[in-house]
Write a protein that binds this ligand. Structure first.
Ligand code: FES
Length: 580
């Protein structure tokens, strides 16, 4: 265990059974990198760099790292960069979520194993920020989160394009035969044209806003575009803040508390943010023994207005959100609902932050609380016999005409089954039916991909059908929209009721009652349960990380973290203490 009184290179020595020899050897090897003796006496700020050639969103990280280093040096520390796993959303099979916990373990263990007194975490693409926050929370060393910042938008004719809501919008038009192959090829080259994360309020942007609201990023930094000079200034300031934290350590356990997690949930709801963020925030909080209950999400959702007019819910992009006032402007509108005694990585309370001059706020992008876009929050948890432990609906991105509805289930037993049959002209399906996808949850072979946005069957989309009720144990991209019930828990692969649904069953959805019910009596369900057999590959036939994941991943309501990464021996008193 690291002696917290040791600093810099003398922290966490390699064990040769002779402490002085360990110091001598480490100094000698560090000197081989060209550092002077004076420099090697300084406290160290590690820089967790998730750059990768397989991550387009992080392609500007070399420049950010240089700016962080500058800030660390100005703050009196020695910056030392180290690589971690990177997760480029669209480059990973079967889905990036499967590797979030691996990246969190890499981040945690490398923070713990290497000699550093504080750390700057540089991430951005969807799963990287949650992974870094999870790792930092478990390591509990002073840490500052620096995000990549969003991409800039592009143009196609008179249209403004930004990944990835417009990716889906144009793909839907292509599937419906409204645009040609030449046009979709042209659009493909214009959707993502700069460094940075997706340009809308998708998962990456939502997590950036959550990191700032939790207090783990510097105030005002979440929404700065990736290519803006302010992003480099934010990097420099993050490096300096981390160096300054060494003298007055503020640990993640002091920043991420029950109260700051509630503030983050309010932010998520006011943003109309990504459904994925519920899973990620649950996992981050879980690392400190803080539980995020979906019942509490509903209470907060009923009293938190949607304020941010960004795609996929609204009409603007992240660069507009930045110029409109960003996270600070949203927090000011939410102020009466927030816990103002939470602190950020600088030690400042949220209340003190919000006393400062807000600067210019564009209320076309960030609505006033007195005139919200929606009076209630963007996300709602549904419960019922189909989802005893909950399911999520992003009501702000759904068709309200479908909120109180009963329909006939049309079941797809897996992603493969969906791909094979969804565009079959003979598929027995109508606009009023409910599409149901099974076996796409965390323990399924597909690892809970963003497949909950089931494509509208071609025979219906070509007739102009734009939305249908779709139900699954999968996730949905933060950039998608539709009446989509996700994260059904327990999932089908562990024998949840979702596994028992058959084509022709009736399902009732009521957003007003926050319920999702399979209208099949319990005797019949018991009969089907007795016939059910798991379709996942048995553990003994799997190896490596795939086996570890299948054995340890928790359900969506527990954040899809690994059970063994939860804190050990935390008493309720400890948790209460950390939440003060
Ligand atoms: Fe990286 Fe969207 S692909 S944030």
């Amino acid at each position: 265990m690291t002696d917290r009184n040791e600093q810099g290179l003398a922290r966490g020595l390699t064990n040769y059974g002779d402490r002085d020899f360990s110091v001598y050897l480490r100094n000698s090897f560090a000197a081989s990198m060209g550092y002077s003796r004076d420099v090697l006496k300084k406290p160290i700020v590690g820089i967790a760099n998730s750059f990768s050639g397989f991550n387009n969103c992080h392609r500007h990280f070399p420049e950010l790292v240089e700016a962080v280093k500058r800030g660390v040096l100005l703050g009196g520390g020695l910056p030392i960069e180290f690589p971690t796993i990177s997760l480029g959303e669209v480059f990973l099979n079967p889905t990036s979520l499967k590797f979030r916990n691996l990246m969190s373990m890499d981040t945690e263990e490398m923070i713990r194993a290497q000699p550093m007194d504080a750390v700057v975490l540089i991430g951005g693409c969807d799963k990287t920020v949650p992974a870094q926050l999870m790792g930092a929370a478990s390591a509990d060393l002073p840490a500052v989160q620096l995000v990549a910042g969003p991409m800039m938008t592009s143009r196609y004719g008179e249209e403004r394009l930004g990944a990835c809501t417009d990716c889906r919008r144009f793909w839907g038009k292509y599937r419906a035969g409204e645009i040609t192959t030449d046009q979709i090829n042209d659009i493909e080259g214009r959707l993502a044209t700069t460094a940075g994360t997706c340009a809308v309020m998708g998962t990456a942007s939502t997590m950036a806003c959550i990191a700032e609201t939790l207090g783990m990023s510097l105030p005002g930094t979440a929404a700065i575009p990736a290519v803006h000079a302010d992003r480099l200034r934010a990097a420099e300031a993050s490096g300096m803040a981390a160096a300054r934290m060494i003298a007055n350590p503020i640990r993640p356990s002091q920043v991420i508390t029950e109260r700051s997690v509630e503030n983050a949930l309010r932010m998520l709801l006011a943003l109309g943010g990504s459904t994925n963020a519920i899973i990620h925030l649950t996992a981050v909080a879980g690392r400190l023994g803080i539980k995020v209950a979906l019942e509490r999400l509903n209470e907060l959702s009923d009293t938190t207005p949607v304020l941010v007019n960004l795609k996929p819910v609204g009409s603007h992009y992240m660069e507009d959100f930045f110029h409109a006032g960003g996270v600070g402007a949203v927090l000011r509108e939410l102020k009466p609902l927030l816990h103002l005694d939470t602190i950020d990585v600088t030690g400042e309370t949220l209340g003190d932050r919000l006393e400062k001059d807000p600067g210019y706020v564009d209320h076309r992008v960030i609505a006033k609380a007195s005139a919200p876009l929606e009076p209630q929050g963007g996300l709602v948890a549904l419960f019922g016999n189909l989802a005893p432990r909950g399911a999520i609906l992003k009501r702000s991105a759904a068709d309200k005409n479908l909120f109180e509805k009963e329909g006939r289930a049309v079941v797809f037993s897996s992603l493969e089954d969906l791909a094979t049959r969804v565009d079959d002209p003979d598929l027995d399906i109508a606009e009023d039916d409910f599409m149901v996808l099974q076996n796409a949850g965390p323990k399924s072979a597909s690892g809970m991909p963003e497949a909950g946005y089931l494509p509208i069957p071609k025979k219906l989309s070509t007739q102009g059908v734009k939305d249908m009720v779709r139900i699954s144990d999968a996730r949905m991209s933060g950039t998608a929209f539709g009446t989509i019930v996700l994260h059904v828990t327990p999932e089908a692969s562990v024998g949840g009721v979702l596994a028992l649904v058959r084509t022709g069953d009736r399902i009732r959805l009521s957003v007003a009652k926050k319920s999702i019910e399979l209208l099949v009596d319990e005797t019949e369900l018991e009969r089907r349960r007795a016939e059910w057999a798991p379709s996942v590959q048995p553990l003994e036939e799997r190896r490596g990380y795939d086996r570890l994941y299948a054995a340890e991943v928790t359900q969506a309501d527990e954040g899809c973290d690994f059970a063994f990464l939860q804190p050990v021996g935390k008493t309720d008193d400890d948790i209460e203490e950390s939440s003060r």
